[in-house]
Design a protein around this ligand. Structure first.
Ligand SMILES: [Cu+2]
Length: 287
């Protein structure tokens, strides 16, 4: 049993140990395996293949397991580290300690958006991205996407509205589910209903690889998803009688059956069911 802390409460030593563990995973090649896995599971709901990770009910349990795998890999390097969370409703500034030199480094520079500060700057020689996919190998960020189409971080009100929804997820269990906690937090924009929100909006706000399928190229991915995981916790506590939905795969034949994972349907690549991931209280807790 260990604790996942708010990133703003980490000591200098805790930050250094986390960064060191991440850099070690990178050097060993293990880190990039996580990036590849996320890319493989970043499947649009127009594609006809299993889709346990995004645009679907199992978004929360899939990412819980994915984070746990990453955390186990970190702990194999340094047993004292865990994945802190970034509460972006509170730490909203581009100069938050999250983005400091001793932690994740800051925004990308003007022009090519290259991150030039902190341990993940390309010039350190310790962090390159896009292996085998792009020839641009430095990490980029573009906080708030200034210009014609800027993005702001979601607010505490946005999150509160999602937490108030007493239903976990609704038909058609995908990116156009208008009701339900899951898509209110996952945050797909729905034509004439709402714009991109919460989880997706944070990915867009950071910019660079965080805005796409290879988002774990930026280590802030883990801190973002740790907070998303905590929000699932908060929702479950707010609605103790509400169940994970759907309870089982839709009965109708067709595409849904391949991509909707009911409570007891094993999710690839681990073949673990959402039910097994509902309760993490024996593994970690949030502080
Ligand atoms: Cu994801």
């Amino acid at each position: 049993m260990y604790t996942r802390k708010n990133q703003r409460d980490l000591t200098r030593t805790e930050k250094r140990r986390l960064v060191d563990a991440i850099l070690k995973l990178k050097r060993s090649g293990r880190y990039d395996e996580f990036v590849v896995m996320h890319r493989e599971y970043y499947v649009m709901d127009t594609e006809n293949r299993p889709r346990p990770a995004h645009m679907t009910s199992s978004f929360f349990p899939w990412h819980r397991r994915y984070l746990l795998e990453f955390e186990r890999a970190l702990q194999a390097v340094d047993p004292g580290v865990s994945v802190p969370y970034w509460d972006w409703t509170k730490d909203r500034s581009t100069t938050s300690s999250l983005w400091a030199e001793d932690f994740l480094g800051g925004n990308g520079r003007a022009g090519d958006r290259r991150v030039t500060t902190g341990p993940f700057a390309y010039a350190t020689g310790n962090w390159s991205v896009g292996r085998g996919v792009t020839d641009q190998n430095w990490l980029t960020r573009n906080f708030g996407r200034p210009g014609n189409n800027p993005v702001s971080l979601p607010t505490a009100d946005d999150v509160a509205r999602a937490l108030k929804d007493p239903v976990y997820d609704t038909e058609p269990w995908n990116s156009i589910s208008t009701e339900g906690f899951r898509n209110r937090i996952e945050g797909w924009g729905i034509h004439r209903v709402r714009t991109v929100g919460n989880h997706n909006r944070v990915h867009q706000w950071v910019g660079g690889p965080m805005a796409g399928a290879a988002s774990p190229e930026d280590p802030v991915f883990w801190l973002h998803h740790s907070f998303i995981d905590l929000l699932w916790d908060r929702w479950r506590k707010a609605h103790p009688k509400a169940a994970y939905l759907p309870g089982r795969k839709p009965a109708s034949p067709g595409r849904d059956r391949a991509y909707v994972f009911g409570l007891d349907d094993p999710m690839p690549p681990w073949n673990v069911t959402p039910r097994k991931l509902l309760d993490h209280s024996k593994i970690y807790r949030y502080a």
